[in-house]
Each structure stands twice: as C-alpha cells, then as structure tokens.
Design a protein around this ligand. Structure first.
Ligand SMILES: Cc1ncc(COP(=O)(O)O)c(C=O)c1O
Length: 412
C-alpha cells in the first residue's frame, strides 16, 4: 500500500512541492546547458545572471540566487537579532556528521571537560568519543531519559539536574540536543543562561539542532557557539545537506581557523565544505574532488518557501505539537501510552508505547511494517515504542480513520 499518512519527518522530511518544481527545471537545465557558460554563471551568481530567454525556459530556477544570497536568506529565516550581525557565519557541508566532527574538535580544544546527556544521537556521541581519544579531554554524561520517562520530571527539575552535574564534574563545555531524536525538547537556553549567571560562561557550547531547525523557534542560537543541523528533515528540502550556524562573534574566528586547518590537513572530508571554503578564500583549485551541489538548490527553494509564508516559527511549532497530541489522544483508546507527559518538554515528535505484550514482542521492522501495511509511515523501536513526527498538513477525517484502523489492528 502506498503511504497515506507520513509521520516520519524526524527521519526525512517529505520534499516540498516548490522543491519538486525547482528540481524539474534543474534536471532539464543541467541536461541542456551543463557544458555552457550559463551553467557556471547560474551556480555562482544565480538565476538573475541568466539571459531572459533562458530564464523563461526554466522559471522555477529563480529560487537560486547564488551562494552568498542563499546564506543571507538562511540568516533571515532565523529571526534572531544577533544573527543580523555580519560576524555570524554559516557552514555548508554534504554530510552533517563532518560538521559534528568539527564541533567535537572545537569543543575539546576549548573545554577539557564536556558535559553531555544520555539522549544524544548515537552516531554523534560516537564522534564525540573518537575526537576525545585524539585530542584528550573528558566526557561526562548526565542521565535524563529515565528522569523524563519514569520520574515525570518538570522542565525546572531537568534544568537543575543538568546544572548540578555540570558543577559536580567541574565541566566547562556542553554538547546537547535542542530537540532529541526521540522528541524531547530540552531547555538548553535556560541551562546555558543559568550556568553563565551562576558560574561563568561555558568555554564552548555545541548544540545538535538536527531536529529543531524549521521545527521550533531558535532562540538557542544566542546561547550556542556551534549549532549543527540539516536541510532534509523539518526544512523539507529532501536532499541531505548539513548546516552549522556560528552566531557568537567571539568564537567565529576560532571556528574559521580550526575548520580551515582541518580541511587543509584532510581531517575534514567533505567536498561541499571544501568547495564553499575555497569560494570564501577566492581560490579555485582545479584538483579538488567533484562536488555534488544539488542540495544547495533544493535548500534554497525550501528557504524561499518559508520567507514567503506568513507563519511565525512559534505558530508553526504550536501546530506541530497539537497535531502530535491529537494522534496521541487517539492512541490511548487502543492501549498505547504517550511517554512524554510534561508539556514543556514536548515537541512535534511524539513517543508512544504499546501496553500489549504481543506488540512489545515485535521487532522494530515488524512493527513499522504493520503500520506501513495500513498506509502509515513512522519510526518503530523495540519494546513496542513508535515515534510519530507531526504531519505537515492537517490530518482530515479519513486520515484519522486510517490511524484508528492501524491501531485497532495492533490492538486485536
Ligand atoms: C537528534 C539527531 N541528531 C543527528 C541526526 C543525524 O542527522 P543526519 O540525518 O543529518 O545524519 C539525527 C537523525 O535523525 C537526529 O535525530
């Protein structure tokens, strides 16, 4: 059965119609003009650099306005005043894990003791550990998962638990998710604010924003040195691309020096990061790896879509949370329990657990397939846990009927 309800944006967001249209024209343009001067001009200077006759043939390419304008438009959707400063910097990479590698290096160069949580994305935690082995330093972990799920903690409890661990282990750096892969919205702004007011500002803060960019408001940028995210989840540009926002003016120079050193020494292996760095430096080596630039164009169309929309990030976030709550409310009738109880920790990603032993015994693959057979795509984990991420469009009565049917099937 094809997918009728897509509840998997936390993994890969569905491609926006605007991105699809751009891709259609991009494929034609590439096929027709790849070897012409127009193609190079388009990449570097954008649609406006093309002659009128070419613009008329491929009108949906108009969202691409060149790399520096793309970075400017990214800054404008962040709507954080600090971000208007010219010091703020954005890095673009084909693979977000290379940005995490850079983030881990920055952390250990500045902070010998880094505090993190047990809620972090496993691959990023492994990168943090690897870089610690190379550079020296210590990682301390504060356990939050059972505190949230079993002890039903409040936002304030969570803040004080993180801050006491930070004090106890005498840490001076932080690596933490803004919204975790399981959908817990962590109060990172308050944690950094309180540490700064009670002790001293952490030497370096890296925030994993993979699940929060274009999902929730980003006041966090005022409190993080290095915020890592991607374009393929909530931005719905579909083509994977990593972004890092460096918004603290006192760390931008340090970050720039380190990432350039790492690129030169081959310690960062990312063609797009290398390409954009060469552009910034005004150098153009003929011997760099061939780089896939497609993700730039799709992200530009997705960003243009936000800029032309009239919904604030606060409104968008509120709606996404409500959509998840509605689905959670349905699931309760079929012996499923929503796992996050405290409103302030909720996001547009919900975690629901079945109370039935037969469902808990299914493998994640079997559980996911059971929903897929009813036209619902979501993420399934072991022990009868599913993760639903809010659909972008409001679900209608027929969608709810399908959801009821899938849950009823699991129930019977
Ligand atoms: C919190 C979090 N961090 C990092 C990642 C990895 O992101 P990417 O898809 O860019 O590899 C994910 C992926 O789901 C995630 O949920």
């Amino acid at each position: 059965m094809s997918t009728a309800i897509y509840l998997n944006t936390a993994r890969l967001g569905l491609m926006l119609p605007r991105v699809q249209r751009l891709y259609g024209d991009f494929l034609k343009f590439t096929g027709d003009e790849v070897s012409s001067l127009y193609f190079d001009k388009f990449i570097y200077f954008g649609f406006e650099s093309l002659p009128n006759k070419i613009q008329k043939i491929y009108p949906f390419l108009s969202d691409w306005k060149g790399i520096s304008n793309f970075k400017k438009s990214l800054k404008s959707i962040l709507s954080v005043p600090l971000y208007a400063t010219t010091d703020a910097k954005i890095l673009l990479a084909n693979r977000s894990c290379q940005l995490m590698k850079l983030g881990a290096n920055l952390l250990f160069l500045k902070s010998p003791k880094v505090l993190t949580t047990d809620l972090e994305w496993p691959q990023y935690k492994a990168i943090l550990k690897q870089q610690k082995e190379f550079l020296g330093g210590k990682i301390k972990t504060v356990d939050l998962r059972s505190f949230i799920l079993e002890d039903n903690c409040t936002r304030e409890d969570l803040i004080s638990r993180v801050i006491s661990a930070y004090d106890k282990y005498d840490c001076d750096g932080l690596f933490i998710s803004h919204i975790t892969f399981e959908g817990f919205r962590l109060p990172v702004e308050d944690i950094v604010k309180i540490i700064t007011s009670q002790k001293k500002k952490p030497s370096f803060v890296v925030v994993d924003g993979s699940q929060s960019f274009s999902h929730s408001p980003l006041n966090i940028l005022e409190y993080s040195d290095f915020y890592i995210t991607g374009c393929h989840k909530w931005l719905r540009a579909w083509h994977p691309m990593g972004l890092a926002f460096c918004s603290q003016s006192n760390s931008v120079e340090f970050i720039t020096t380190i990432y350039r050193q790492m690129l030169e020494k081959g310690k960062l292996d990312d063609p797009l990061l290398n390409f954009t760095n060469q552009l910034e430096l005004g150098s153009n080596s003929a011997f760099t790896e061939t780089v896939n630039l497609n993700s730039l164009f799709s992200a530009a169309a997705a960003v243009a879509n936000i800029l032309e929309g009239n919904q604030s990030m606060e409104q968008k976030f509120k709606k996404l949370v409500e959509q998840v709550e509605k689905l959670e409310a349905v699931s309760i009738n079929y012996h499923w329990t929503p796992l996050v109880k405290n409103d302030s920790l909720k996001s547009g990603i919900g975690l629901i657990k079945s109370t039935k032993p037969s469902i808990r015994a299914l493998t994640p693959k079997q559980l996911r397939a059971s929903f897929q057979s009813h036209g619902i795509d979501l993420t399934a984990y072991g022990k009868g846990i599913i993760r639903i991420s809010a659909p972008i469009k409001e679900l209608d009565i027929n969608d709810y009927k399908l959801f009821h049917k899938a849950l009823d099937f699991c129930h019977s």
